[in-house]
Design a protein around this ligand. Sequence first.
Ligand code: B1M
Length: 216
Amino acid sequence: MTDLHEISLLLQAGKAKAVTEAVAQALDEGVSAYDILEKGLLDGMNAVGERFKNNEIFVPEVLVAARAMNRGMALLKPLLAAEGVEAAGRVCIGTVQGDLHDIGKNLVRMMMEGKGLEVIDLGTDVSPATFVQTAIEQNCSVICCSALLTTTMGVMGDVVRAAEAAGIRDRVRIMVGGAPVTEAFCRQIGADAYSCDAASAADKAVEFCRELADKH
Ligand code: B1M
């Protein structure tokens, strides 16, 4: 019988092939996709997120763990849909217009997926209109903006204004992050939350999704 904690440990070690094999074996043995997700993959990714937050591991380790997570998830996704497991919420994420840095944004996306969120990745160089249009059309609870340049971080303020102009400000939370972004900047532009790292961003997004689900 596959030990689900073993899947968590394999994921933390970034062993993508071994994770895929262990997930396939657990499914063969009749373990539910939900249990494999919760007690194996998400448990592992939560541990990775905590260690990353505490500076015990760094970007390369997170990326290999996230790759292992994605491989395992690929086997589970169709089954989870069939089991009726609902995502913890839906968010869209992108690097703002004029900015092509995406390593941090990808890490944030992976951590959010690791928390069970459905993440629509808009890529880089994303205009305020695209963020807002996606949030409306895909019914996202959170818009997540990343910026790495002092010359592009101002676009985050344009995203807030575009959301206000579209009349969705009461039902969509706007999160910002990236090396030059600060808590004070977040407040100044009227965004809802600043996170300094990927793990905190994922925690905050889950919190916002829960809050909005309770409200509506
Ligand atoms: Co660029 N670059 N770069 N670059 N680059 C910086 C950002 C820079 C600080 C380097 C420097 O001069 N010291 C500087 C910016 C200066 C400034 O604005 N003050 C700079 C510059 C100037 C430029 C160009 C203009 C250079 C040029 O062409 N003259 C150019 C701009 C291109 C463009 O975007 N239009 C450019 C290009 C590039 C590359 C293409 C070569 C490459 C990007 C590759 C890629 O991303 N695919 C690149 C890189 C790699 C860097 C550095 C070296 C590393 C950035 C990185 O990936 N960090 C960077 C210098 C540095 O930071 N040491 C630099 C690792 C990543 C994990 O961290 O993105 O901060 P970070 O993400 C963190 C948190 O910030 C947070 O979570 C992540 C994980 O904890 N986070 C969020 C991020 N987004 C979040 C969103 C959230 C919440 C948290 O909520 C929604």
